[in-house]
Design a protein around this ligand. Structure first.
Ligand code: FMN
Length: 201
């Protein structure tokens, strides 16, 4: 009798335990349950609102400044103007000559301070006019002033016709530990939205 009782108890326990998939079994979800907000956030690419964005630019004549302001208004980032301590002359030809000499001599013009603390930014949109086929030397002073390792740099430029690729290549050489993305030549501002979108902003 005792044996029969033991066998019956064992059978009952086995039946009761069918479907216990161990301690990690998750609570059952109704079939039409919607994914939680947390799950949706995990699955979606990080929205630009999560990234701290800086739009830093140098401009001599104002064209790049206008583009920088437009980009700032679209991204909601902070805006910073890179200014040399000694302003370039108002005369175009005089500035052309200085810009040429600065590039040939690979100088780093001193900047007017204070500079923003770049540690706090995830993405730096870096704007400049093309000077002698690349970025002006003052832009190099700016990017070399702080450690930009791991930062995403999005260059944009205006020019009289040259493209941006030489300056992007030069920035990649200058900042081997940053992620310098393909730049945007923003002579035509209609291309800005697509470029920002392609870069998750
Ligand atoms: C010193 C200097 C060098 C320039 N070099 C070039 C160049 O190599 N290629 C080009 O297409 N435009 C060149 N430009 C023209 C500027 O890139 C262009 O006018 C730009 O839109 C000016 O922007 P900004 O008004 O913000 O200064 C140069 C202008 C200056 C003053």
């Amino acid at each position: 009798m005792k044996k029969i009782l033991l066998v019956l108890t064992a059978i009952f326990m086995m039946i009761a335990c069918v479907g216990c998939g161990g301690g990690e079994k998750k609570a059952e979800q109704p079939k039409d349950a919607k994914p939680t907000a947390v799950k949706q956030a995990e699955a979606a690419p990080a929205p630009s609102g999560n990234k701290k964005v800086l739009v830093a630019y140098f401009s001599w004549g104002g064209t790049t400044r206008n583009v920088a302001k437009l980009i700032q208004s679209k991204t909601g980032g902070d805006l910073f103007e890179i200014k040399p301590e000694t302003a370039y002359p108002k005369d175009y030809h005089a500035t052309i000559d200085i810009g040429k000499k600065e590039k040939e001599q690979n100088v780093r013009p001193k900047l007017a301070g204070p500079l923003p603390d770049l540690k706090q930014y995830d993405v730096i949109l870096l704007g400049y006019p093309i000077w002698w086929y690349i970025e002006p030397m003052a832009v190099k002073t700016f990017v070399e002033a702080q450690d930009l390792s791991g930062k995403t740099i999005l260059p944009f430029a205006t020019s009289g016709g040259s493209d941006i690729t030489s300056s992007v290549a030069d920035l990649r050489k200058t900042l081997p530990n940053a992620q310098v993305k393909d730049g945007l030549l923003a002579n035509f501002t209609g291309s800005i939205d697509g470029w920002l979108k392609d870069n998750g902003l």
